[in-house]
Write a protein of this length. Sequence first.
Lengths: 334, 334
Amino acid sequence: MTRKPQRATLADVAREAGVSMMTVSRVIHGTGRISDETRQHVREIIEKLEYRPNRAARTLVTKRTYMIGFVAPDITNPYFTEILQGVEEFFWREGYNVMLANSNENPEREKAILDQLESTMVDGIIVCSSRLSDDELIPLIEKHSAIVVVNRNLPHHLGSVVTTLHPRGYRAVLAAKYLYETGRRRIGYVNLVRSISSVNLDMFMQELQALHIPVNPSWYATCKPTWQAGYETGKVLLAEHPELDAVIAGNDLVALGVMRAAVEQGLRIPQDLALIGGDDILMASQVTPPLTTFRSDKYHIGTMAAELLLRRVEGDLTYYEHHYDDVLIIREST
Amino acid sequence: MTRKPQRATLADVAREAGVSMMTVSRVIHGTGRISDETRQHVREIIEKLEYRPNRAARTLVTKRTYMIGFVAPDITNPYFTEILQGVEEFFWREGYNVMLANSNENPEREKAILDQLESTMVDGIIVCSSRLSDDELIPLIEKHSAIVVVNRNLPHHLGSVVTTLHPRGYRAVLAAKYLYETGRRRIGYVNLVRSISSVNLDMFMQELQALHIPVNPSWYATCKPTWQAGYETGKVLLAEHPELDAVIAGNDLVALGVMRAAVEQGLRIPQDLALIGGDDILMASQVTPPLTTFRSDKYHIGTMAAELLLRRVEGDLTYYEHHYDDVLIIREST
DNA sequence: CTGTTAGCGCCTTCAG
DNA sequence: CTGAAGGCGCTAACAG
């Protein structure tokens, strides 16, 4: 039982076919001029020997791995999963594979990942919603030539970006405005820990004040972008501030956690408490009441990021940016 | 602007440190006896030159890629995502990376993936809920030495497996039994297209009959394991069979799709229609009414699969099987 | 249209 | 304790 069935090599095929290795290499890549009959013959031998090119050997000489790194903070969050689906699909068609690295919402882990993702193992990297500060992120990625970041800005020479069309804090302020217009006066906010979706609370308050929307620092909390964190944060926030008549959350998972906490405290939604999320995951539309949130085309964000990355991988180091729209989807939670 | 900053090689480090390449290689791997001062000196040079070993070169000689392939039918399904999280976490700790391949519920795509996942690019493969028949799957994987399949059986010499503790069809029959005991008499079933969770309907009916539970072939449908498919299938099934007072679905996403269809048709759950799902994704507990379903520890399924795979990767080709339990979680949809 | 030569960067083996 | 030689499997750059 030989379980490591010595794969045939180029040399084996060449010998068996009575041609040189180059000829075989050429028929495999479809490059150069080869007579139809040699090509045909070589193909048969390849088939017969079940020859498959050795990736490592090829990589060693071409310096291309045909592997892309995808780093995201939480692959169980449907938001990232949908982006990943777009990325994987795009690159699969282009003959690249996707390597996954999950930072688990842990900045140290994210650093370790970026540090270890040597340029000899991937041709390019997509970094989603990095939790790192510029000072931390930049040194880690400037070694890599092909980088695309999603939901974050970057000095132009370092890589391309895919971000929302709107300025930072847009969603939070728009949500607050909408809530105010529908009669809410004490609007809480559950911010996300460091990410593009995390909002500068000072700015947020300033903007609300400009709109004459009541503001109160103790109505605002921060948590990790998970359901559990939203639930726990919601419990505390709502218990300490029963006066709140609305809560905006940084993403849907958190909003849904808050919703659960609210229901457990006997609050009726939307009568007692209005709720707005942030990324329109499937679950948002299926809970009762359905969650008002912002929608963006996550799959498309993934394919856009992939497309921009491919350009860099292929040597076009121009800075590009793609922007997606966030549109408010009004459902029954408000 | 040199964006491909010629990485230092072993030879560079050796030259700079005034030692041989072997010495450098040894300090990197911590093998062989090296004097403390040479080791120290070499380390400094490595640091200074920011030397990182070239993966491809190493792979070429050691035949180890430190890359694992994970193939699943749908990475947007939380069920697979949680398994993947376990796999990724486990292998990250072991110094391996995980390459993702999404077959998109498409058997042809799955075949192509397995065929192209040459043994030269991954050290091992985890195949989740394959949609392929044995005749299709076996030839594709027997070339690979390290395989673990999840939710499926396999001839013992081909790889290890992680499956449920219970016989095929267990969940469906148990669900039906429970529904019958709680007074339901016309129980529909939405089966999943080919997978271990897909049930042999003849057997299913036989078992129900043995339990004196009413049976009717037209109460049973089959669909892809997605929310959308469940929704559409549910619409048709419920419209054509208004007599149904319960529906069991192959997984939660489908059950939730059926739930939506039922609600749209004005059915009250559970009064008019009881509903049971299959894998306890987060959404199941958050909808109204919460879904009765089966729970298994998905993250743990992932780490178990990873552990079994690692054994094979490291040369232990013994057949192992790990089993997980599915326990019925009764919530308010029944 | 096809072949030859020369490595890619590293590790294994065998000498010192 | 350290080094020199050879080769992993492939392709780029020239020759013919």
